[in-house]
Design a protein around this ligand. Sequence first.
Ligand code: TYD
Length: 198
Amino acid sequence: MFITFEGPEGAGKSTVLLSIADRLRASGRDVVTTREPGAGELGKSIRQILLHGDDLDPKSELLLFLADRANHVSNIVRPALARGAIVLCDRYADSTLVYQAYARGLDEAFARAGNAFATGGLVPDLTLLVDLDPRIGLTRLQSKDRLDAQSIDFHERVRDGFLREAASDAKRWRVVDGSQTADLVLEACWQFIEPLVR
Ligand code: TYD
């Protein structure tokens, strides 16, 4: 079972992911928590460039997210799925589509094809969108990396992009209101996950 968590900055998806993992582990499930960018050794180096590098061309940015993803899928995600684990991943291919194509304006067809190439066609069983107005989300951040520091317009396009993707594939996506308390966000996510892991 492969479940991804997506959303704009500060929506609380990383916190809820860890709480879901605790709950699943408490019921005896084998759970792997992971994230993009930055899982594994190569991922750590790529993450450093992506979040803190200077002078990064937007095309390089897109290719580095794909490079990170290709390694992550083949070295971490696929082996975990193959042994029957539940994989909870903080951001995945949808973030590239939304941040690099919708928000940055790079070619959408290329981003989609790049994702398919990097993942070998691995699509999540479920994607939870923790949705939040970026004007609220950005004020929740303690510190800002290179992407957080983009304009409010950029972050509005990110939010709209996620909502658009979620609406276009209601079978895979579920939308949760990230403006609720952390406990309510957790329960809202759990109601979508629980039937799949019963
Ligand atoms: P991170 O510190 O992991 O924060 P969070 O996921 O909690 O926002 O930062 C990852 C940043 O990288 C985030 O701003 C989203 C961005 N990103 C992309 O632009 N494209 C991608 O494909 C991925 C995976 C992330």
